[in-house]
Ligand binder design. Structure first.
Ligand code: MG
Length: 340
């Protein structure tokens, strides 16, 4: 198998602001693997939170390229070798894992969901994320999204209550919120209790990623489900979180690919946790790869491609909020020109 990669610049529709960071442009890396005339595509969306950027990803991909052997069906071995060599480069590993799944699907001429044994009718609706901004700007973004049945509102500011009140005034959509680890336990209890008035579906990552004691304390006291994102990357992280939350948010860029993500879904289910599938700021390529797993989850937040102005790919569609998987073999993402 022959691996090449290319860094792409993605322009965001709106400045993407969370309680931690803000950006207008993202640099992701597309990974292409050729095998017996078949091309597999994968994507890495590096995250500064995990000390990654397009350069560290490219370097990891160059190193992985030297190790790749010639059997794309040996996925288990490939994924575990990458994990041992590059534990910190989950986004790069995700790109390779995706590209190889894409090759296998294309060689067998089946869409990825079929390879995984999943029913494409069972995809959930996805939320669309509204980043932090002045309240009027956040309201304007919500009005632009009037077809979206579920909104995910970023919080973690002094004005959290005002934001949710203002959005609830103009929208009847389901609202979930994400504090990105910005609250203390007491503050979270106060805010979550007050937010109940606005009919919140769940709260994502209220406290610091490693504040498990605070999360345990909070879980006993709130009536709104808590879903953890920053606290969980891989399956081995999940057992310690059972008493800390009601669910976990799985992302390919944290897990290092589809294979580990699938394992995480089963581990979470076995432990009685709900499962959410999320994404970073990713094009339709990586979002479509994740969407193939979505028939297995309770909540989807697969909106990365909807936040990008110059998405070079098309794949999964969002119709009335529901994820509609492509029927093409493999991941089924094609360059936007091919898709037309
Ligand atoms: Mg989150």
């Amino acid at each position: 198998m022959e691996l090449t990669h290319e860094t792409i610049s993605l322009k965001l529709r709106h400045t993407f602001r969370t309680s931690r960071e803000a950006s207008d442009v993202r640099r992701n890396v597309v990974c292409k693997i050729q095998h017996q005339g078949v091309e597999g595509l994968g994507e890495a969306a590096p995250s500064t939170y995990y000390n990654q950027d397009a350069q560290t990803v490219s370097k990891a991909l160059d190193d992985i390229a030297l190790k790749l052997k010639d059997d794309p069906f040996a996925l288990e071995g490939i994924v575990s070798e990458m994990w041992h060599l590059f534990p910190g480069e989950a986004a790069a590993r995700a790109a390779v894992d995706m590209a190889i799944h894409d090759i296998v699907g294309k060689m067998l001429d089946v869409p990825l969901y079929r390879l995984l044994g999943l029913d494409p009718q069972k995809t959930p609706q996805t939320s669309v994320t509204v980043g932090l901004d002045d309240i009027e700007v956040m309201q304007k973004k919500v009005l632009e999204l009037d077809q979206a049945p579920i909104l995910k509102i970023k919080l973690g500011t002094q004005g959290d209550m005002d934001i949710v009140r203002a959005i609830r005034q103009i929208s009847t959509a389901t609202i979930r919120v994400d504090a990105n680890a910005a609250w203390t336990a007491r503050e979270a209890l106060e805010k979550i209790s007050a937010l109940m008035e606005y009919d919140i579906e769940f709260v994502e990552q209220p406290l610091a990623a490693d504040d498990l004691e605070g999360l345990r304390w909070l879980k006993k006291r709130v009536k709104v489900p808590i879903v953890l994102d920053e606290s969980v990357r891989i399956a081995a992280d999940i057992p310690a979180l059972v008493d800390c939350a009601h669910g976990i948010n799985i992302k390919l860029m944290k897990s290092g690919g589809l294979r580990e993500a699938l394992g995480m879904i089963h581990v979470a289910r076995a432990l009685g946790l709900r499962v959410m599938l999320g994404c970073m700021l990713e094009t339709s390529l990586a979002v479509t790869a994740a969407a193939h797993l979505s028939p297995l989850v309770d909540y989807a937040d697969l909106d990365g491609h909807l936040l990008i102005e110059n998405d070079p790919y098309s794949g999964v569609d969002v119709v009335g909020g529901k994820l509609v998987l492509p029927q093409r073999p493999g991941i089924g993402a094609v360059t936007s020109a091919e898709g037309r």
